[in-house]
Design a protein. Structure first.
Length: 93
């Protein structure tokens, strides 16, 4: 008998989830911070994201200097992954 079933994505499926802006000229991202501030990332050449904006935009919304924003800070606010979903059998009555 199956005692528990867990469904989740592998760690390599983590990503920085962004959404296109209404006019398609940029991407937006909701940061994981109090008040859930949204940053706007302008599209560079060939629809790429300029690396400088990946640092300066979150730093501005988090009220800190880009020099003080660490890779861990960026990972915390930008990286997302699917949550684990667990299924447990109903207890016998």
């Amino acid at each position: 008998m199956l005692a528990r079933l867990d469904l989740h994505h592998a760690p390599e499926s983590q990503h920085a989830a962004v959404a296109p802006s209404a006019d398609g000229s940029a991407y937006t991202k909701i940061l994981r911070a109090a008040g859930a501030p949204t940053i706007t990332l302008p599209l560079g050449a060939r629809r790429t994201l300029p690396v400088g904006a990946l640092v300066s935009e979150p730093a501005a919304k988090l009220h800190t200097s880009p020099a003080d924003l660490t890779s861990g800070d960026l990972a915390l606010h930008l990286i997302e992954t699917a949550e684990r979903v667990s299924f447990l059998p109903e207890p016998d009555h």
